[in-house]
Design a protein. Sequence first.
Length: 129
Amino acid sequence: MTNRSAPAIQRAGERPGRCGLISSGALRCGGIKLVGREYGELKRMYVRPHYRGAGFGELIVNRLADHARAHSVTLLRLETGVHQQAAIRLYERMGFVRIPPFGPYTNDPLSLCYEKRLAGPGSKLAGAV
């Protein structure tokens, strides 16, 4: 099983491996762990509080989905905490559906797990800005 991870997400047109930057540091970032061609797990998504609600979460998810598709992965999975209500709303708005806990999250009562089947190359997930 191949394990390829993508570095932090960049703005359209930037070189891979860069987060969106402001003078005081990154304003958003995210990563994906590719588990062979079985699925890609979204990891460590973050948007600085001042920039939340501006569509950066959707941008991150869509860029990570593009990376997964480029590696012939058509299923995204993720884990989030039960108290992460904004993240839960984002994922559900983008078409992710709840699944039973997977991997290291199977015995964690504070984890919620989701997945989303990806469409063809270049398509965006539902709810994208």
